[in-house]
Design a protein around this ligand. Sequence first.
Ligand code: ATP
Ligand code: MG
Length: 749
Amino acid sequence: MHTAEKIHDQASGTNAMDAPYLTSLNEPQRAAVSQTEGPVLVLAGAGTGKTRVLTTRLAHILRSNKAFPGEVLAVTFTNKAAQEMKERVSHLLGGAPVDGMWLGTFHALAARMLRRHAELVGLNSNFTILDPDDQNRLMKQLMENEGIDHKKWAPKAMIAMVDRWKDKGQRPQDLSADEGGEAAGGRLVALYGQYQQRLRVLNACDFGELLLHMITIFRDPQNADVLGEYQRRFKYILVDEYQDTNVAQYMWLRLMAKSTDPERPSNICCVGDDDQSIYGWRGAEVGNILKFEKDFPGATIVRLEENYRSTGHILAAANGVIRNNEGRLGKSLFTSGDHGDKLIVRGLWDGEAEARWVGEEIEQLQNKGWSLSQMAVLIRAGFQTREFEERFIKLGLSYKVIGGPRFYERMEIRDALAYFRVIAQPADDLALERIINTPKRGIGASTVQTLYAYGRSKGISLHDAIMDLTQTDELKPKMKASLMKLLDDFIRWRDQMGVMKHTDLAAQVLDESGYMAMWQSSKEVDAPGRLENLKELIAGMEEFENMAEFLEHIALVMENRDGHKAESISIMTLHAAKGLEFDAVFLPGWEEGLFPSQRSMDESGLRGLEEERRLAYVGITRARKRSFISFAANRRMYGSWVNAIPSRFVDELPKDHVEVQSDQGLYNAGRSTHWDSSGSSVASRRSATVTDRKVVSENGTEFSRGDKVFHDKFGDGVIINIDGHKLDIAFNRGGKKRVMDSFVEKITE
Ligand code: ATP
Ligand code: MG
């Protein structure tokens, strides 16, 4: 029986309003679920059950026969969240899997749609989805062609600007030629145009393009039937994490949510929290959530105030931090749960000591019976993972890195994937270029350039250029033989695609291409690890029906889905942790410059700082029971050591809810009790920062404005400002810096 019919059968004879799932909701939550008709916005703080409302609403719509699974569009923030929502919905409906729902991330949903209509925008339905690495390489090629210095203008930065335009729904023709400013020598908009042309030749899309193409199709009056089909199809639209939608996502949603029947309102339900908007740097517009009522007249706004996730101390600490933001709607949250344990705030000597301490705390929790899978280390910057990974390996703690430098981004994995991509899609130039001479086949960069130049002149792909040129005498015989062999291999593998099991084919390709042999004979220390990864890759492919499905998954799922069943602790960025929850959360690296990130403050000033603070709020509110915040006095960042000072967010933690622990003498060199384990340091520092500077000196800081000082690394300088134990110093060499008082000495003349 069709799943949809099953649901209807189950529901028949029962009044859906009596359904048991509704009784596990509080009053406003229930209102948001049962008000299925018309626009609904749930605007509420962390852990108040927004996602739970959305999931229950979806189950409720199906259960009460309002729509078939295929008539509901549900957007989640990650693929993992989509998977969870799917499982929860089927659980709420009695266990049978629910098939046919349009449930996924913006990218996954748009990709699925675009495959159905690719020809309307000049693509084949088997188009490739480029990942950020491919995008960078493509941009670099274009810059090389144009003679633009890619040392001066990093292709990655150029792509970031292109992506931002795409987030706003802007194509090259929507921009004036000088919109890119100085970037790429003033030629970025032109490069963007060329980049778009290349995507077409490659039969490829980047992530932004998936949505943009769909918007183009929807807006073209000639395709009115396509838009109409989706508007009619999706009787209900549900969106999680609405505060982080960008303009393009918003346009796509609005087009589909527009009701075809003036009598019938748009049944769209969005949930979000303005305090958790953390993707401004990637084009998210928190304004979208604020103008919901205007966009969808007659919208019902639901506010939820009871937090069900965290203990009282955790919630109070999070509120204490976010209170410092100015631009917010402001909401009050409460919990009827316990106070629980205070948050631990810990200062350590360096990153290694920090990882060691985190490891110890994890083991203690494990000894108390806590599960590793209910713990997470949430970092601000990718480089922070390494120290934790090393420590966990040493301790034998099973861990997984989610997001960040992932399994699928490792060199050998990308190489293998490139082979598979060329098999699936011969026109995938970037993939072909990647492995054309890996392992070594004597096909050098200049040959590749020749092939590209020929391809460009004829408007054909690299693959086809090789086909053509190997028919002529233009290439040296040896080169020609190498290339012909490679083409023959690919033709043979491609023929096998529909015949052989995809995992067997994958193994055969890696074998026959000589790629495995290359690593087997390699003397590099990491070669054995790479071979293991390749095996792991093939094992992981088992989960998929065929090669195409697997490649689609890779392109979309940028998360490391660990195939191992063992319980493991998660390491991920704060950004990736949105919407998730754990019993215990470790928040390391709370230091000025690292968190809040200097870059985001330099680039966006107060706006950047407030976004960082929202990130802190997201981090703290991931914890159900325990939260551990740490900072180090010395931090190696991007290859050099810095004397770090505790983050201002540490200061903002309300003292009644934290327990301060610091290694003795870490920050004060015997001068004061600051950051010692006395627990009073936060209090004394708070008063020091808000009251007269004199209090500071009474507290033990012997410095005054105008004092001449010496610092080991920066040399001589003069104090221009004092903020508690932080000194702003104008150094004779190296300009203005902020350092802890314990790192400088007063020069008395
Ligand atoms: P975030 O803003 O972090 O995304 P959220 O608002 O989406 O949070 P949920 O993840 O839906 O919150 O819920 C937080 C936790 O509270 C979950 O474990 C959820 O099961 C639980 N919860 C939500 N509502 C209730 C309720 N009425 N009774 C009991 N538990 C609830
Ligand atoms: Mg949520």
